[in-house]
Write a protein that binds this ligand. Structure first.
Ligand code: EPZ
Length: 431
């Protein structure tokens, strides 16, 4: 069992570099299944969700060559199976992108139902199924396996999404890339990783237009032949470090970012009195005055990201006055509030809204992460708190944050990784 021991109270100063975007990587790796040739993918984050997906592809017959720590050559031309029903599929949400990729390539997919972060509510896939059905597939779910079958191959269709869904937009783009004819996805999600997936597929030979708007047009192509692609920087990883500086104080230069993708986060931090300077591919974040209250509502991009909601809530715990946070994407994403309460925060949750009464300081405590972004928020709380925090459940953080502990320690934090194996305690100060 691994825990983080955080000695809080240090301001964060210096420079860090942001890794490739998790939610782009977990869409692009399954997309490589549809390419008849070698895809060289650069700027992959070193996170456990990526490792799990690569293991799934290998089990299916893909050849994967490590070029360097962040660059891989993936060759799926010899993959001959339509089934991805391994136990490890259930570990990650993004395994459902194999439905679109396999259906697009072979006209059939047998895929174990996805797992991934469970922040309390249901995570339906009805919009994915609706889209695949419109594209000529018959879709059944039995014993935890989704089977999607077409009589010949997938055909283009006009699909209107009833909810703006990142996952459905990506899955249907995958399904449509090698389809016969044109697919139009209306009310599509516009997140940066959707544009990144479209750019990846186009650079491999696909014909996709409109990604980044709410109408995406995909003209099916016969095959894709391979090529090079570099994944965009992670918007949420960058936002998490911005929030960390807001909570602890200090001055941080965050490199390898696309400042435009961070605007929705920067505006809220500025309202809270944080200084943010946008440069070409970096941002400087500085906080040296008391934090001010504000109101945040999460929405699909370009709204404030739900994946930053727990982190911003933690910062607001330390702001003067009463702030509110309204969750506009998920039914229930406030499980972390009970853990923050153990550190002295005052948050009252009423349905989809949390009312945060700012407190002058948080106090270190033993706490537990229940999902990836909750984990990131609790790390921020520990960094800003007085005294020692012992954080359990850090495997969630390692699903999506590349070397978080060493990045934090390089900018002045004091975080140790403590593993307990067979009753033995091993403490590592990671630098
Ligand atoms: C993606 O999840 C992300 N995951 C999530 O990030 C993120 O929170 C979410 O998008 C919203 O931005 C990945 O990219 C792997 P959705 P996804 O489909 O695709 C409803 C993180 O922390 N809905 O956009 O599963 C759904 O219930 C993770 O990195 C339907 O009703 O989310 C939700 O209310 C956690 N029917 C809303 O849409 C459907 O068929 C948005 O979900 C699909 C979704």
């Amino acid at each position: 069992m691994t825990k983080y021991v955080i000695n809080g109270g240090n301001p964060l100063n210096g420079e860090i570099e942001i890794s490739g975007a998790k939610n782009a990587a977990v869409a692009i790796i399954p997309a490589a299944l549809m390419v008849d040739g070698v895809c060289r993918i650069e700027n992959l984050p070193e996170i456990s969700d990526v490792k799990t997906l690569l293991s799934i592809l290998k089990e299916m017959g893909a050849k994967i060559r490590v070029v360097d720590k962040r660059t891989l050559d993936i060759d799926c031309s010899r993959v001959g199976t339509t089934a991805a029903t391994f136990d490890m599929m259930r570990r990650i949400r993004a395994s459902y992108y194999l439905i679109g990729a396999l259906l697009g390539r072979f006209g059939r997919a047998d895929v174990a139902m996805p797992g991934g972060c469970n922040f309390g509510g249901v995570r339906p896939i009805d919009q994915h199924i609706k889209g695949f059905t419109a594209m000529g597939a018959s879709v059944h779910v039995k014993n935890g396996i989704v089977t999607a079958v077409t009589s010949d191959m997938v055909r283009g269709a006009a699909i209107y999404l009833d909810v703006v869904s990142v996952g459905a937009t990506i899955n249907l783009m995958l399904g449509a890339t090698l389809a016969k004819g044109m697919t139009i996805i209306e009310n599509a999600a516009r997140e940066p990783h959707i544009v990144d997936l479209a750019n990846f597929l186009n650079s491999m030979g696909a014909d996709i237009r409109g990604a980044g708007t709410n109408e995406i047009k995909i003209r099916g192509v016969k095959c894709m032949n391979g090529g090079f692609y570099s994944i965009i920087p992670d918007q949420i990883e960058a936002g998490t470090y911005m929030a960390a500086v807001a909570a602890t104080g200090g001055r941080l230069c965050i490199r390898n970012v696309i400042p435009k993708h961070l605007e929705c986060i920067s505006v809220k931090l500025r309202e809270m009195g944080v200084t943010i300077v946008d440069l070409d591919d970096s941002v400087i974040v500085q906080r040296d005055a008391p934090l001010l209250k504000t109101h945040v509502k999460t929405l699909p991009y370009p709204g404030f990201p739900t994946d930053m909601q727990p982190q911003i809530a933690t910062v607001l715990c330390l702001a003067e006055g009463t702030s509110t946070i309204t969750e506009g994407v998920w039914d229930n994403r406030f499980k972390y509030v009970d853990e923050l309460a153990k550190m002295g925060s005052t948050i009252r949750v009423d349905g989809r809204t949390a009312v945060v009464e700012g407190v002058p300081y948080l106090t270190g405590a033993p706490i537990k992460a229940s999902d990836l972004r909750a984990g990131a928020a609790l790390v921020i709380a520990g960094l800003a708190a007085r005294g020692k925090t012992v954080l359990d459940g850090v495997q969630y953080i390692e699903r999506g944050y590349d070397k978080m502990v060493s990045k934090l320690n390089s900018i002045g934090a004091d975080v140790k990784i403590v593993s307990e194996r067979e009753g033995k305690k091993i403490t590592k100060k990671i630098v």
